[in-house]
Every structure is written in C-alpha cells, then in structure tokens.
Design a protein around this ligand. Structure first.
Ligand code: SF4
Length: 359
C-alpha cells in the first residue's frame, strides 16, 4: 500500500484489515471531549510545550504500550475520537495571549488514525496551528497520507516527523506492533517526507532485546533507512513497568518474549515522568546501541540515544529535537482571569463516553 492516500486507508479499516496481526475490525467511535484539547506532556523534556491527542485509544496495539493502562482507554480494537477537538481548539487558541510554540502529536495515541473523518479533523487542526506559526513535532507508526506530506512541505523548518521503525523484517514488526503500518509503509513515509523536503528521522525505539537488536536486524535496518534518505535516527530500548502488559508467549524464529524478559534486571526509579521502569543492564544497552550507531554512521546516519531512558549511558541526549524547530521554552500563555488548573497529560481520554458514531 505504498503511497496510498487517506481514502485507501479508510477503506482498509472499514474492511477490517488493519496491519497483519489482528482479525478484529477497528472500531472508531466519536466522543465529546470535556477537558482542554491542548495539554502539557509530563515528560520533562516536553513539559514546556503542548501535546494534542485527538483520540483515546490507539489503532496500533503495540504490545509494549503504556497507554493501555490509562483509566479511559477504550480497549484494543476501539479508538475513541474527539469529534469536538477542532472546535474546542479554536476556542482555546482564541483565549491564549501567546500562541503555543510547539505542539507534539501525540503522547498516547497514533495521530494518523486510518479513518477519513479523523484524518480530516487532524488535517484541519494541523493546518490551523501551522497558519498561526506553531511548530509541529509528530511521532507516528501509521501511514501518513500524501495530503499531510504536502501540507508539511509548505512550512519548512516548522514540522519535524519521527517515524517509529525498529526492524526491516515485517514479521518482527507484526509480532510486537500488530496493527501498525507495515515496514514498507513506514519506509515509504520516510521516503515521501524526505523527498518533499520535510524534516524527518527514524525513531528506532523501542528495540526488543534478541528480536530487533541483533547485528543482522540492525544492519538490515540501517541499510533500509539509508536507502530512503534517512540522515538521523533516535534509538532506545523497550522498557517494562506497571501497566504494560507485554505478553510472555510471543515467539518468532527461536526468539521468545519470556526469555527476553529475563534480561530486564536494571531498575530505574523516578524515571522521567515518574514511576519505576525496568531495562536491560547498562552494559547490554550500551553495546547494542553502539553497534547500531556504528552501522548507521557508516551509512551517513547520525544516531541520538534517548536520555530519558538511558541516563546511565554517556552521550545520551534528548530524543525530541525541539531546538531544530526553533522552539524554546514557552511563556505562560493564559489570559489573566482564565487561569485554571494546568491540564497535563496523560489523562487524554476524558470524554462524554457517549458513542455517537461508528464508521
Ligand atoms: S503507537 Fe504508541 S499509543 Fe499507539 S499502541 Fe503503540 S505505543 Fe501505544
């Protein structure tokens, strides 16, 4: 489905064939959001900016997803889309004294939900923000329709897209991200973005030990990224924590998730955003990430290792290139008299709960 436009993606959804790993059709329902649309991410490196989740729930069903533990997550197979987000955003922007410098799409959902009505609203929201001089930082494992690439190309230096991709092997992708875009579709995203002059990079995160961090996988991935013109990548490992229901029974070509879990012996407390996470030991992460950096560098790709998840590794940096978008810390932006409890994320799934539409 390389290069297919949004309409094709919607037809694919309605036919109930999204990705390759699940026979259950994706259900997209419309909710009315009560809370503010623009919130502040809890991630320290993004806390000064805004994020916008256009839906609760996510079509991609990544096995390592943390958002599935949120109270308002509608359950896998359902995406609750905020049908009033565009209208609410207009009102929020009108009340702001200073426009947001940067909006991040998104902390707990896939921005490019493959349903035409959702994509229409997303397009209108992104276009409205760009017209007002707001920079967009976008992270996706979906298919980016051509009309969005054309929109981003009209605002050079104002949009940066991170395309999540950790393997060139689609069987491995389907195992851990069963309903996300295929490897070919994600490489095609990167090729079309780079071809249109849109700032973009590969988000090689999360690497799964023994599955996607092998020398063979990393070399094939570096080759594939270089072929589509990628010049920068960010990398990090899968982490485990409370709320992540990573299955113990995944298997592929001699790899098993049960064996992988035994590597998770390194405890990080007060992880960025709070809480405790588990990772492979520093020596393991350091060796595998250095291997990828070396392979990538040989192919002209610079690799940044995520600092939040690797504070114990030298040279790790912020994996969100906000400086590249000219976005310094934001000022206090509310008009006097409209001060209210600062909306933070997560908690993106507030809505009426009323199912308005199935499409
Ligand atoms: S793309 Fe992100 S929010 Fe969506 S399922 Fe995967 S990890 Fe969760």
């Amino acid at each position: 489905m390389i290069g297919e436009d949004a309409k094709g993606a919607v037809e694919r959804t309605v036919a109930g064939v999204v990705g390759t790993g699940s026979p259950v059709p994706l259900r997209v329902v419309a909710w009315q959001r009560r809370a503010e649309v623009l919130t502040h991410p809890k991630l320290p490196c993004l806390a000064e900016f805004h994020t916008l989740n256009l839906s609760a729930g996510c079509p991609n069903e990544c096995r390592y997803c943390y958002a599935q533990s949120y109270a308002h997550h509608p359950g896998w197979g359902t995406v609750a889309y905020y049908a009033n987000a565009l209208e609410k955003l207009r009102g929020e922007l009108a009340r702001l004294r200073v426009a947001p410098r940067l909006v991040y799409f998104s902390t707990a959902s896939e921005p490019f939900v493959p349903a035409e009505r959702v994509l229409d609203d997303l397009y209108a929201i992104m276009a409205m923000l760009l017209e007002r001089g707001v920079a967009l930082l976008i992270s996706t494992k979906g298919v980016i329709p051509d009309r969005f690439v054309a929109l981003f190309a009209r605002y050079p230096g104002r949009v940066h897209v991170q395309v999540g991709i950790t393997t060139e092997r689609d069987s491995a992708r389907a195992l851990i991200e069963p309903r996300a875009a295929s490897v070919a579709e994600r490489l095609d995203n990167l090729a079309r973005l780079a071809g249109a002059g849109v700032s973009c990079e590969a988000r090689v995160d999360p690497l799964a030990p023994g599955l996607t961090d092998t020398g063979e996988n990393l070399k094939a991935l570096a080759d594939a990224l270089a072929r589509v013109g990628v010049r920068r990548a960010v990398a990090s490992f899968l982490f485990l924590r409370w709320g992540i229901k990573f299955p113990n029974d995944l298997r592929l070509d001699g790899w098993s998730s049960g064996a992988m879990r035994r590597l998770y012996t390194h405890k990080v407390t007060n992880y960025c955003g709070g809480g405790t996470i588990w990772l492979p030991p520093a020596a393991y992460r350091s060796e595998r990430l250095a291997a990828f950096e070396s392979l990538a560098r040989e192919r002209g790709i610079e690799v940044v290792v995520c600092r939040c998840k690797n504070a114990d590794l030298p040279g790790a940096r912020c994996c969100h290139p906000t400086e590249a978008l000219g976005a310094g810390p934001e000022e206090k932006t509310l008009e006097p008299g409209t001060a209210r409890k600062r909306a933070t994320d997560p908690g993106p799934a507030e809505g009426s709960g009323e199912q308005l539409t199935i499409f």
